[in-house]
Write a protein of this length. Sequence first.
Length: 272
Amino acid sequence: MGKLDELRKGFGANISDSFGTGAAGSSLPPGMSLDQAQRASAKDQGVTRSKHSVEIPTDRIVADPDQPREEFDEESLERLAESLRSKGQLQPIRVRWDEGRGAYVIVMGERRWRAAVKAGLATLSCVVHQGPVDPGELLALQLIENAVREDLKPIEQARAYRKLQELYGWSGNRLAKELAVPQPAIVQALKLLELPEPVQAKVEAGDLAPRTAYEISKLDNDADRIALAERVAAEKMTGGQVADVVKAKKSGRGGRRAPPAAPSSNWRAAAR
């Protein structure tokens, strides 16, 4: 069993509660006898209440500074805030108590909390995690949360992958297995971190596709990587064209097509 499998098993129903997908339990509700359960209405049979879900004032909840998501789209947050105003909160967020901060720190659901603040909600329904969680477990949970809810930006995701590697000493193959992500996707994501900042900025802004940026990362120096990224944006090059330029550059042809060979003298003679 992998590290994240153990984590999922350990958090069990609490994760389901956080996502709002918890299933009915098989045990009897507290204080209910078997005879009472048998006489209960169909809607009550097998239904239990989560002991962890509570209402917490939004001003007593704070963001986790180590959350892998660094940016939140304002337009998307406003749409979610309007939904919270009109329909209320449909799913609880997940928090943990931090004695040092004197506040509840978000484990999963920062986007919903930010939207709730925008919507002016006084409280939020929360699933409270009991007991300590090590940094690697928190990061893993947040990666899972973001994968389910809304993709991280490519560079944010790559940084989160790298941080998990550093925390656990995992290889790229082990990370792929633990997160159930294709191994080539991990390799491509991590290569983005080798790019110079101007190229990373284009990826984050959506001006450069991650796959194209991965091809650019195969060049040997930052000057060539920046120049090609600028050329891609200016000429609207496709990923295939970029791959061809990179191959040509690495083979010493400079990324330009070689001129056609001059006809030989024998060819000219034969043509007369």
